[in-house]
Design a protein around this ligand. Sequence first.
Ligand SMILES: [Fe+2]
Length: 354
Amino acid sequence: MNKTAVLKHTKITVAGLAAKQNGITVIQLSDLHETELYNFDIAAHILEQQPDLLLVTGDMMDRPHNSGDRFIEILKALDNRVPVYGCTGNHEYDVQHGRFPENYRNFMKQTAALGVRWLIDETIEISVRGEPLLLCGLSGERFRPMRYETVRAHLPKPCDKPLIVLCHNPDWFDCIAPKCTCLMLSGHVHGGLWRLPLIGGLIGPSLAVLPFYDLGLFRYKSSCLHISGGFGDTAMKFRFNNPRELNLLTLYSEGTRECNHEHSVDRPRPLSFAIMTLAALLLVLCFLWMRPCTSTALSLALMLCAVCARLCKRRLFTGLKRRFGIVYYIAWLIFFAGLFTIFLQNIIIHASFV
Ligand SMILES: [Fe+2]
């Protein structure tokens, strides 16, 4: 288990932010999962930065533990010195609807008493530096199907003030951003766990391969999505090239500064696309040279299609995954099974020569 964590600073331009709010600072804490690092004191880092807001984006509880004691300790250390707002994540949802719903109720009660204003599918108006700011919290787990219409009632109408949406699952950005200009803060993906240069995260929640929304900033027109890599871990503990993070966000009004790096949602990532396609083609050639079985060739072709679709056209891929998601995962399974079979065959052939 990787024991390092960083305080990551990101600059974001937010549509509609008043001139007086230019440069406000927000700490985003996501996916704590009962994790404690003795060499990184979260509360001390927060107090040192003196942020205008501490925004929590879910998974402060952890399903296997059915508790959120670590977050409660942090709140006690903060001692109401920073305003805290938060949305819940899938782990809070699972505890609430699992065998220990009283744990969820106690957690919500204790954290509220320690100063957290939970936003459970609601929007509130707060004042930051004397100017209004809308804060919306969505517990996306409750809403199916994943469409704007299913959450519209909880978003402000009209979106005429700067709006920050807290939503654990970043996939909701596709539904919300085209309809409602906002800065959305999310977590959930843990940065894709194992990160490769240019390609990004490899594994998302529920073993999704190559999650598109993995880490950092994404922009759709004037809306922006920031995904935290999260501080903790749950089932899969091992991260690669993906430190745990507490996020310090500085928000700027439009025209004063650009985001420090971003991915446009509608634009493919050309370099990643070229590298992945080349790698996939090389793999196909290698397997053809080794005379693979039909299932391996088929799974390779499917994998190539899935990777191209993911990198080339996000919306096409999202639609396909929603409709044929299981086929996509089965294709990956067949691919790895095929790979393993050929690997074994080669070892046996090699061993027989020796
Ligand atoms: Fe999480």
